[in-house]
Ligand binder design. Structure first.
Ligand SMILES: Nc1ncnc2c1ncn2[C@@H]1O[C@H](COP(=O)(O)OP(=O)(O)OP(=O)(O)O)[C@@H](O)[C@H]1O
Ligand SMILES: [Mg+2]
Length: 259
């Protein structure tokens, strides 16, 4: 099982769309995939039309107020013709206050890693959709993960946001991890066509970052929004579309990178 954090503290840059649609592509290819909605806003949970959890919730499991089997947090979204599966750990309303509770607890950054460990035999890939903040929830994802995908938009402010995020990754590497988190690379999302001059200069910059490859560029596409509104992934909604192919390629790239 490889755990991939999908993170950027900047909001609205395509984190959730990347997690959902890379997950959909992996499942369509036969992978057993688990999506974890770590964002209290619950966009991933609602994009897949799942109800927010109650009782046995990720929030309660993270704070230790619920201590059942982690498998009980999982709901199945879909199974694919290729034998793959897309499962989800949905968010819950109490996720908004988990941060404050965790701040008072020991081993607070390791709680997600401990929850996911028993699920290892059941999944090929776990994608953790992070909230738009560098908080204790994101630290939990950066601690639990094997590798990291960073969705960005082609804007100047993205480069500054990227530096802040990489600083946080370095801090987590130094303080909390035995081995450094693998930086798979950035995914430029929501790219207008044709790209503006400004967007082109940012893309140029992103193409020449030595430690952070540009994994994919995803143009703005109505099919992404339509699939989201229908509660399914792009791979299910429009398997022959350009966007399904982009996410499929991205899924292949990160699988190859994982060795
Ligand atoms: N390639 C795309 N084409 C069209 N719409 C897209 C595309 N990618 C994402 N979107 C839409 O843009 C919005 C923002 O994307 P998304 O929610 O994935 O960003 P995010 O980084 O997860 O945001 P947040 O920080 O709020 O969690 C969503 O409504 C999503 O459906
Ligand atoms: Mg999101």
């Amino acid at each position: 099982m490889t755990i991939t954090a999908v993170a950027n503290q900047k909001g609205g840059v395509g984190k959730t769309a990347t997690a959902v649609n890379v997950g959909g592509a992996l499942a369509a290819g036969g992978g057993r995939v688990l999506l974890v909605d770590l964002d209290p806003q619950g966009h991933l949970t609602s994009a897949l039309r799942l109800p927010a959890a109650q009782g046995a919730t990720l929030a309660a499991a993270l704070t230790g107020s619920w201590t059942g089997r982690p498998g009980q947090l999982v709901v199945t979204h879909s199974e694919t013709a290729a034998g793959g599966r897309l499962d989800v750990v949905p968010t819950a309303l109490e996720m908004f206050t988990v941060g404050r509770e965790l701040d008072r607890m020991r081993a607070r950054e390791q709680r997600l890693a401990r929850l996911l460990a028993p699920l290892a035999p059941d999944y090929d890939r776990v994608l953790v959709d992070c909230p738009p903040s560098l908080d204790i929830l994101t630290d939990n994802a950066l601690t639990a993960a094997n590798d990291l995908i960073v969705p960005v938009q082609a804007e100047d402010s993205s480069l500054h946001a990227l530096r802040l995020l990489l600083g946080q990754v370095a801090a987590v590497d130094a303080d909390l991890r035995d081995t450094p988190l693998r930086l798979l690379g950035v995914v430029v999302s929501l790219l207008r066509r044709p790209p503006s001059t400004l967007a082109r200069t940012v893309l140029e910059h992103l193409q020449h970052q030595p430690d952070l490859p540009l994994l994919a560029t995803v143009p703005l596409g109505v099919v992404v929004a339509e699939a989201w509104r229908s509660g399914v992934t792009v791979a299910e909604y429009a398997p022959g579309s350009e966007h399904a192919e982009i996410y499929r390629q991205l899924a292949v790239t990160i699988t190859k990178d994982a060795g």
